[in-house]
Design a protein around this ligand. Structure first.
Ligand code: HEC
Length: 210
């Protein structure tokens, strides 16, 4: 069990996605919006405005930081380098913007396999997986955690609701019968177990086989 948790924590750190509103917008607020406000041209005051682009068109090419005018202007590939008239942004700040664009330049980070630290609970796995007809989902918590859990399809549609749950310190198990809340058997395929607490969302992929 310790080994499994160790692996999950490593996965969680590398899967941590850049978040637009808490990590990228503040960079623009601090360095750019003084000039790039709402008085014409490129507006950097929100995600929606940024994605509208500037006089040259799109400045973000989702998935391709190197070919995004935004990056070319802050790394100086295209001059004048931004922020105009000030020192260049720190390399680490430029890296962060590049990472955000290369991850798809999304407004909301998509749900990752595990959220970063502080670890309060982990989904240790579901047993068996693939499964039929039922599976046991094991969640390890290092303290009491309240939250709610659902089963969703791969496209995010909720098919089963466990309601509100309280996890105790240690290993907690939940059994899912492969059915929706009306007792109907669901079809084969991948399903996501999603647990939400006040400050964490965890998801875990499971396969129902018939
Ligand atoms: C002191 C004012 C000023 C600041 C601060 C500033 N810019 Fe600019 N920026 C300009 C001006 C003026 C232009 C348009 C003229 C030009 O392209 O040289 C421009 C153009 C741009 C363009 C090209 C837009 C297009 O459509 O061609 C991008 C991208 C850009 N800025 C990004 C930024 C970013 C990102 C920041 C903050 C890190 C920033 N700028 C900070 C004044 C500023």
């Amino acid at each position: 069990m310790k080994v499994i948790l160790g692996i999950l924590i490593i996965v969680s750190l590398s899967a941590g996605q850049v978040n637009y509103s808490s990590q990228i917008q503040p960079i623009f607020n601090q360095n750019c919006t003084g000039c790039h406000g709402s008085n014409g041209g490129l507006n950097l005051t929100s995600y929606a405005e940024l994605m509208k682009g500037g006089n040259s068109g799109d400045v973000v090419n989702a998935g391709d930081a190197a070919n995004s005018l935004l990056v070319q202007r802050i790394d100086g590939t295209i001059t004048p380098r931004m922020p105009q008239g000030s020192d260049a942004l720190a390399d680490s700040t430029i890296d962060l913007i590049e990472r955000w664009i290369n991850e798809g330049a999304m407004e909301e980070a998509s749900i990752t396999e595990e959220e970063p630290m502080p670890v309060q609970f982990e989904i240790a796995g579901n047993f068996p997986n693939p499964f039929n007809p039922s599976t046991r989902i094991v969640i390890s918590a290092n303290r009491e955690v309240e939250g709610s859990a659902v089963i969703a399809t791969a496209s995010g549609r909720t098919v089963f609701d466990f309601g509100n749950l309280r996890m105790n310190p240690g290993a907690n198990s939940l059994v899912w019968q492969g059915e929706d809340n009306n007792g109907r058997r669901l079809s084969s395929g991948p399903y996501l177990f999603i647990f939400r607490s006040a400050d964490q969302i965890l998801s875990h992929r499971m396969i129902l086989l018939k």
